[in-house]
Design a protein around this ligand. Sequence first.
Ligand code: HEC
Length: 186
Amino acid sequence: MKPLLLILVILAVVPEDLQEYQQAKKVAEEIVQETRTVLIKTISEAGLKGAIERCSSVALDIAKKKEKEEWRVRRVSFKYRNPEDVPDDYEKKVLQEFEELKRAGKLTGDYIHAEVVNERGKKFLRFMKPVIIQGELCLKCHGSPGDIPEDVKEKLKELYPDDKATGYKLNELRGAVSIKIPLSNK
Ligand code: HEC
C-alpha cells in the first residue's frame, strides 16, 4: 500500500515558472558553488585543518537567513558526517533515486528533483539537488584514508566520532542539498 500513498500526496510536478522553484534553484546552486569557493580560499590561507569547519558554513548561514521565511535548507547524505544531516523519509527516497540514476550514468550536478507535496493538509515545495565529489579538493576530507592528511584525520575524529563521510572517490554522489518551502496560498 505504501507506494500508492506516496503517489497520492504528490500533487503536481513542479512548473519551472513557480517563483519558489526558481528561488530554491538559486539557493541550491549558491550552496554548492560558494562552499567550494570558501573551502579553496580558507585552505590557501589556513591550511586544510584550518578549513574543516568551512564545509558547512555557507549552507548553515543560508539556512539561518531563510528560517524567517520558514524555509528549511540543509544538506543530507546516507553517509553523513554531521548527525544533523540524516535524511528524512522523503529525502531518503530521492537520494535512492539519485543513486540509481548515478549508476545508470544519468546524474549530473545540474540534475534537479522538485515536487509539490501535501503534508497534513499543507502544501510544500520539496527541492533537491545532488552534491557530487567533483574534485581532489573534496577527497582531502571525504576520501580514503590515504587521501586525508593525518592532522585532518585526527581533528575529524575528535569533532565527529561517528563520521560516515569518508571513503569517497571522484565523481561519486556525496549527498544532496535539500530545500523545503511552505506554499501557503497556492
Ligand atoms: C577541509 C575539510 C573538508 C573539505 C575539503 C570538504 N569537506 Fe565536506 N564536510 C567537512 C565537514 C567537517 C563536514 C561536516 C560539517 C558539519 O558539521 O555540518 C562536511 C560535510 C559535508 C556535507 C554534508 C553531509 C554530511 O556528511 O554531514 C556534504 C554534502 C559535503 N561535506 C560535501 C563536500 C564536497 C562536495 C566537497 C568538495 C567540494 C567537500 N565536502 C570538501 C569537511 C570537508
